[in-house]
Design a protein around this ligand. Sequence first.
Ligand SMILES: [Zn+2]
Length: 265
Amino acid sequence: MVLSAEKSFWMTLGCSVDQPDREAIQLPCGKIEYTESFKYLGVELTSDLRDTTDVDAKLARGRGTFKSLSKVFCSTALPVKLRVKLFQSLIVPTVLHGCEGWTLSRSVCDKLNVFQSRCLWTILGVRWQDHVSNESVRSQCEVPMSLAQLVRLRRLGWTGHVLRHNDLIVHDALFSRADYRGRGRHRTLVADLAADVSLVCNFANEDSTLPLNRVQFNSASSSFIRQAGDLGCFKCPSCAKPYISASWYQKHLSKCPQPTRAIKG
Ligand SMILES: [Zn+2]
């Protein structure tokens, strides 16, 4: 294998490197410089293992594409339905590329939904002064889900896929190594995925084998997300308290009178 020093960088994941230690590494092919973020397969990886950089980059790209096509999206010569279809097929995939691995926080959900609403307002020719609710804008455009809901649904679809294929490396990394204590984002993500799957199983009155049936699991996930709010926020099945992060839900489980069944790998 030939390593290109120009295209290669070194970085650490989950821990920071002090300024004096950020020197370039000397290899036979040349100097390998230090970096704090690196784009790999379209995903922005950062050394702090946070998703915000990637989410912001995707939103910026989405905004750019929307702006460059603003003549199309604002054109009254085209029916609203067609412009919404173009938005759904050109802009949404740009923003949600690689979203299956995002850890969702309130701020990420809000950012995604604000972006979607602004775009739909533009398409409908609605201004913020008109005080039209996001939900009514979405229903006028016949867009069934907010972006936050869509991310959660895609994440569930992907998790189901991983759970069905226990030969995948990612299955091993996420669910099989019970003793594995990942750091930061990895740990949060695994907890989030497991909690989401467990809630869907509970919602459908099924046990933890539900994800093994693709059709049933996907349809249960879809109905589950539809009844979740704009933030794609799930509710505790017993007391209906909303939650975004699984860590909150995990703590809540011990206090709840009827805890949901836990997912097994
Ligand atoms: Zn509860």
